[in-house]
Design a protein around this ligand. Sequence first.
Ligand code: SAH
Ligand code: MG
Length: 195
Amino acid sequence: MNEIKLQEIKEKALKDHIPIIMDETLDFLEKILSSKKPKKILEIGTAVGYSAICFSKYLDKDGKIDTIEREEERVIEAKENIKKAEVQNKINILYGDATSILPTLKEKYDVVFIDAAKGKYPFFLKEALRLLEKEGIIIADNILYKGYVMSDYNKHKQRTAVRNLREYIKEITENPNLDTQILEIGDGLAISKLK
Ligand code: SAH
Ligand code: MG
């Protein structure tokens, strides 16, 4: 991977206000991913490809990432970035809404990274569980959503997102097949390992 290009991609994304993965989140995931060495990663929410490019470093030999994005402009930029970073042989972008793409997927994944529409997290979880390999890991970003999820203030316009993030947390903590940790890293990170 081309690290200089990666830095340029990150700086442009930040300048364009693309909500890319936070440094401290990435640092934390680095430990998990480098010990797991996934063969297949599924990402929901590509944006401009920054997190997928970062994750590609931790893939097993011949490992692959499938990543889903619904905004055409972002898909175009992500493709350019992936090429710039010289990881086009490792990352495959699926263009479309994850709610329609996920049900068509059949192959299993070692890691699923959920980082898209917060109101859809419970649906993404259901699909992630269906697509997860044994001992696979589901990682969900922005799970505490600026603190709204753990506060009792319920009147903000992000109400639906908050309700669904709470539902996601309830499901992962109550599911007896999952070992779950909710961490106050970045905007909140949930790590759920399939037992
Ligand atoms: N993972 C990226 C950031 C993703 S930002 C990184 O860290 O670099 C979230 C992205 O998810 C946005 O680009 C948005 O367009 C996309 N998105 C949101 N809901 C989606 C959906 N239902 N299907 C596909 N993409 C979605
Ligand atoms: Mg995020």
